[in-house]
Design a protein around this ligand. Structure first.
Ligand SMILES: CC(C)(COP(=O)(O)OP(=O)(O)OC[C@H]1O[C@@H](n2cnc3c(N)ncnc32)[C@H](O)[C@@H]1OP(=O)(O)O)[C@@H](O)C(=O)NCCC(=O)NCCS
Length: 184
């Protein structure tokens, strides 16, 4: 079971943040964060009218990940409120057993205060100790400068770029950047 010990950190602004493995009760909060990030219409592929996930989907996902020793679903919590999450998925094929990819989202009002960094460092620390995970990957819109800065600061390297992979309007496109980091 990929479950980590709770990690407690105090922000410069004084609040205590707990990074911990997600449980069933986090499903609705995690869903609401995804909904609000999608509504911002800037950082993710899915549009609000296409978004079908429900609290139940999240509950299922949390359950599945908690039973899979190679996957991780972490949340960041302040004063009993979930304010961000990171999900790490791995493929099931044997020849891809050394890799995995993550996605992460922080509530708008909590961004730029180190929460994303804490979640990603927690994932990396777990991955370093993991017996089979070697390479961590991600995809990010080329326009998402805050995310790219965070990933680069933590040692992720650009692996390639899919040009005009996202079409946001007539004659308006975004490239998708693939990044990776070896943890072994
Ligand atoms: C990308 C995201 C996860 C980053 O999380 P965050 O909590 O805002 O990031 P942090 O505050 O931990 O920032 C860590 C580093 O990123 C950079 N950064 C992040 N937000 C920044 C901001 N608003 N201004 C300047 N730098 C910023 C800084 O370099 C910072 O490093 P430092 O503080 O050690 O110098 C968050 O902004 C988010 O959820 N965005 C919307 C959804 C999204 O884009 N998800 C990722 C899709 S690939």
């Amino acid at each position: 079971m990929a479950i980590i010990q709770n990690i407690e950190t105090t922000l410069k602004s004084g609040e205590t943040v707990i990074v911990r493995s997600a449980n069933n009760h986090d499903a609705l909060s995690a869903l609401n964060i995804q909904r609000s990030v999608i509504a911002e219409n800037e950082y993710v592929i899915t549009t609000s009218h296409e978004f079908r996930n429900t609290e139940f989907h999240y509950q299922e996902n949390i359950q599945k990940i908690s039973e899979n020793p190679k996957e991780l679903f972490l949340v960041a919590e302040v004063k009993n409120e979930v304010i961000g999450w990171i999900i790490f998925h791995t493929p099931s094929l044997e020849r891809r057993s050394h890799i995995g990819e993550f996605g992460m989202m922080i509530s708008n009002e909590w961004r730029g205060r180190g929460i994303g960094k804490m979640l990603l460092i927690s994932l990396l620390n777990w991955a370093v100790e993991h017996p089979s995970i070697e390479k961590i990957g991600l995809e990010v819109f080329s326009t998402n400068m805050n995310a790219i800065r965070l990933y680069k600061n933590l040692g992720f390297i650009e692996e390639g770029k899919r040009i005009k992979q996202i079409k946001i309007g007539p004659n308006s496109y975004i490239d998708v950047i693939h990044m990776y980091k070896f943890v072994k």
